[in-house]
Every structure is written in C-alpha cells, then in structure tokens.
Design a binder for this molecule. Structure first.
Ligand code: CMP
Length: 135
C-alpha cells in the first residue's frame, strides 16, 4: 500500500567531510523524495549517545557515538510515498561491502562505521528521530 511518509536521514561526518552532501541529496531527489527540512550541525557525544541509545548494549556503541559527534553532519526530513523503505533502498546495506550497486553506501561508504548515511528503520523510529533533531 502506498502512503506519504516522513523519515529522518543523516549525512554522516565522512560524507560531509568529502563534500558529498549534494551528490547524496541528488540520489533522494531522483527517487522522488523531497527534503522538507534540513540543517548542518555538529552534535556532542552525549547527544549522539541519546540518538543511538537503541544500540547501547552493542559492542560498537561507544565507537559509533564518538564517530557521529566527530564532525559536521547534515540532518534532513525526507518525505514521499513509502519514504522509509525507499530511503533504505537508496542507502543500501549497512556494510558498504555488502551494499548493492548504485546505492549510496556502495558508492560512497568507506566502512561499516563510515557508511556515509543513516536512515530511520521504522515509522516509530522515524517519528522519534525527526522529533530528536527538529523539535
Ligand atoms: P546506522 O544505520 O547509522 O545505525 C547504527 C550504525 O552503527 C550503523 O549505521 C553503522 O554505521 C554502525 N555499526 C558499526 N558496527 C556495526 C555492526 N556490527 N552492525 C551494525 N551497525 C554497525
């Protein structure tokens, strides 16, 4: 079933640093997602820890929080039909080595940590993540 959704997208420090933000935004626009709101910010380690708290028991949690707070990021609200799943298709698998050809992570990702983008994985998380950055 089709329905208009919003999802949160983050262009991570590795991609911002390599000036890939505009190229990445093009990928969303090509697939009929619109950018409803966006800002370039840098967050603290504490904010990163709050944002990623679903991963707090994972062995990579500390590394992940250090990384997301290590440099500027671009956070965006993407909107469109089935925006959550479309965005995940455009991003590709978490590990760039396993991502399909043409996806953002395949083209631009460096490693599982420096995988260039984050996207919400469910309607529940999309709402929480949008609130986190925009309310
Ligand atoms: P992201 O979609 O932002 O969500 C959590 C992040 O943790 C993920 O992308 C990866 O960049 C990072 N990460 C590091 N190691 C792992 C791992 N083993 N499994 C999943 N995510 C990992």
């Amino acid at each position: 079933m089709n329905s208009k959704e919003q999802t949160l997208s983050i262009i991570k420090p590795d991609a911002v640093e390599r000036n890939l933000a505009e190229k990445i935004k093009e990928k969303f626009l090509e697939r009929k997602l619109t950018i409803k709101n966006q800002k370039k910010i840098q967050i603290s380690k504490e904010e990163a820890a709050e944002f990623y708290k679903v991963h707090q028991t994972k062995p990579f949690y500390d590394r992940l929080c250090n990384y997301l707070s290590s440099g500027p990021i671009v956070v965006m609200i993407l909107e469109g039909e089935n925006a959550i799943s479309i965005n995940r298709k455009i991003m590709g698998a978490t590990d760039p080595q396993k991502a399909d050809k043409g996806t953002i992570r395949k083209e631009f990702g460096i490693s599982i940590d420096k995988n260039s983008v984050h996207g919400s994985d469910s309607q529940d998380n999309a709402k929480k993540e949008i609130d986190f950055f925009f309310n």
